[in-house]
Design a protein around this ligand. Sequence first.
Ligand code: HEC
Ligand code: HEC
Length: 209
Amino acid sequence: MQMRWLSAFMLLAGTGVFSGAVFAAGDPEAGKSQAVVCAACHGQDGASPIDPSYAVLAGQNEKYLLRQLQMFQSGTRYAPLMVGQLNAKSEQDLADLAAYYASLPAKVAQADADDETLARAEAIYRGGILSKKVAACTACHSPTGGGNAPAGFPRIGGQSAPYTVSQLTAYREGQRKTDETFGAMMRGVASRLTDTEIEALAAYLQGLY
Ligand code: HEC
Ligand code: HEC
């Protein structure tokens, strides 16, 4: 990604230009009762998915979660196991679910790779890859991996590694297009990452907080 473009993007992110769809205030209590069925895959605490390729949701920011739920519902984002999960849910229901998962404490797991791999991943996370014009992940996901809640940039620290691998690969292959609002930026970032780099980043992120 061009660095000049990145600065312009960060400026816009700061001003809330990317607020996207209407942001209804969610009620975590109302979300909690709806989330009983979600626990079957995402875990009781939203942080211990039943299968590591299912996403950790606890502590994710509300704005990001709401956008993803809206996109699953409209079919803009596709995942076989999420199909039908949000049928008949109103916009308020989605906002309540987003508020509920955002209210749960985020957890971290262990980074899962050898030291050399983790050092390589950390270098990419903090400094990008200059020769390939890959921007530093910290710029948008924060040094601790906590994301940027006002801008709706997701928390990626503590996320389960197999899920992160699948998402970075899906962006790279152009299968995940949910970053359209953001000028396809994650497709741009991921398009220059190798499988080895993606695996290293995912192992590192799992333990980042
Ligand atoms: C049958 C299993 C299953 C159930 C039940 C389920 N999910 Fe999911 N969910 C998944 C999988 C698998 C993914 C990862 C999708 C992918 O790979 O793109 C996912 C992804 C998500 C994401 C995206 C997370 C991110 O970081 O982008 C959200 C949000 C989500 N689910 C919310 C819910 C909610 C809310 C419910 C209940 C109403 C629910 N899910 C029920 C399997 C499930
Ligand atoms: C200029 C800002 C920016 C930079 C730089 C950036 N990201 Fe992102 N990232 C985003 C945004 C915005 C999203 C959400 C896009 C969407 O809705 O699909 C995202 C989504 C993601 C997701 C999906 C999260 C989930 O829960 O499904 C992962 C994983 C991710 N980024 C990893 C990275 C890594 C690793 C790097 C560095 C190599 C990086 N990002 C660099 C802005 C950025």
